[in-house]
Each structure stands twice: as structure tokens, then as C-alpha cells.
Write a protein that binds this ligand. Structure first.
Ligand SMILES: CC(C)(COP(=O)(O)OP(=O)(O)OC[C@H]1O[C@@H](n2cnc3c(N)ncnc32)[C@H](O)[C@@H]1OP(=O)(O)O)[C@@H](O)C(=O)NCCC(=O)NCCS
Length: 168
């Protein structure tokens, strides 16, 4: 288990948001605002937000987070980031596998996301989990302007990855 032994995945709470926002601001050119995260926390039937953290409830340190929707049989990944000091330790993979397992239990059978075409770390991460490139949205992003790659995790790979998530 190594470094992952101390890291747990939990549901994001309002009191995590200061730490979440700090990670968000160093991770993206156009970070989500506090109110965007709050909006997601206010619609639990649709939206789920997980944090990867160390420490005890009440004083936990947030290392990363994942925000996703489960709509019908689809999981839509909306946001994912890991604190720079915590990267390359498997935290994003752990978050996604936990999300896939949760989404599978809620009836999802496929996953979708959009990623900046130049975001090689994220593309490698998703590719390693079985996501495939399924479309290009031209000039989808601003600051800087860039195409979005739509990546899809098809049903077989979704079920396989979500089942692997049971073992983490
Ligand atoms: C993308 C991001 C979430 C990855 O988080 P992470 O916890 O470092 O990722 P993991 O350690 O779980 O990496 C899993 C795999 O992803 C790939 N990967 C991750 N970071 C990488 C990098 N900098 N370069 C190349 N591949 C990388 C590797 O295949 C890695 O497996 P390996 O370490 O065994 O080689 C993180 O770099 C980040 O927060 N970036 C800024 C925000 C962002 O781009 N979010 C995604 C938006 S779609």
C-alpha cells in the first residue's frame, strides 16, 4: 500500500472548500469559483464531489478532488485536480477509480470528460484507465484558446476499471 495507505477518499464538505480552492487556483488558468463548488455541493442527487485527504475528520488535509455527475447511465467528469506537491503518487487515479465505482453502483456504464488537447499529464492518466479519444471540440477553451478533446470510457472498460477500483 505504501504512500496510499494514509490517503482516504471522502465526500467533499463545505469546510474543505478553502483547501479545494487553493488547489484549484494553482491548477487551472481559469479556476472554478467558490460559488461553483458550492453549487455542486447543493445538488447531491446529480453531482458528487470526492476529496483525497490525509488526517482526521475536522482537521483533514485535502490533497486532491474529483467532481462528477451521474446522469442516466453516464458519468460526466467535471473537475479533477491534485495539489502540486501530491502529484505522481497515484492520487488522481485513486480518485477516479473511487468515482467510477460509485458511479457504477448508481447505474452508470460509461464515462465522459473534456480535456485541453495540450494537457498531456491528464490525457495520459485517462488513457491509462482505458479512456479513448472520441471527439474534438474546436476552440472550446479560452485563456489560452485551445481545442478540447472529448474522452470516453466505453462500457467494457468502465466496468473493468470500476471493478479494479474495488481493490484499492
Ligand atoms: C492531471 C492530474 C490530476 C494528475 O494527478 P496525479 O495525482 O499526479 O496523477 P497520478 O499520480 O494518479 O498519475 C496516474 C498516471 O497519469 C499519468 N500522468 C500523471 N501525471 C503525469 C505527468 N506529469 N506527465 C505524464 N504523465 C502523467 C501517468 O501515466 C501516471 O501514471 P505513472 O505515475 O504510473 O506514470 C494533476 O497533474 C493535476 O492536478 N493537474 C492540473 C489540473 C488538471 O489538469 N486536471 C485535469 C483536467 S481534465
Amino acid at each position: 500500500m505504501g504512500k496510499k495507505a494514509e490517503i482516504s477518499i471522502g465526500v467533499m464538505r463545505r469546510e474543505d472548500l478553502d483547501q479545494v480552492l487553493a488547489i484549484e487556483q494553482v491548477s487551472f488558468n481559469q479556476p472554478w469559483s467558490l460559488s461553483l463548488f458550492e453549487q455542486e455541493l447543493r445538488k447531491p442527487a446529480l453531482s458528487t464531489s470526492f476529496v483525497a485527504c490525509t488526517g482526521e475528520r475536522g482537521s483533514r488535509s485535502v490533497l486532491g478532488y474529483l467532481v462528477f455527475w451521474v446522469v442516466a447511465q453516464e458519468m460526466h467528469i467535471l473537475n479533477l485536480a491534485v495539489a502540486p506537491a501530491g502529484r505522481r503518487k497515484g492520487i488522481a487515479k485513486l480518485l477516479i477509480l473511487s468515482g467510477l465505482r460509485y458511479a457504477l453502483a448508481k447505474g452508470a456504464r460509461m464515462a465522459f470528460l473534456e480535456v485541453r488537447a495540450s494537457n498531456r499529464p491528464a490525457r495520459n492518466l485517462y488513457h491509462g484507465l482505458g479512456f479513448v479519444n472520441s471527439a474534438l471540440r474546436k476552440s472550446y477553451y479560452d485563456s489560452p484558446p485551445e481545442d478540447a478533446l472529448v474522452m470516453t470510457l466505453p462500457e467494457d472498460a468502465f466496468v473493468q476499471a470500476a471493478s479494479a477500483g474495488n481493490k484499492t
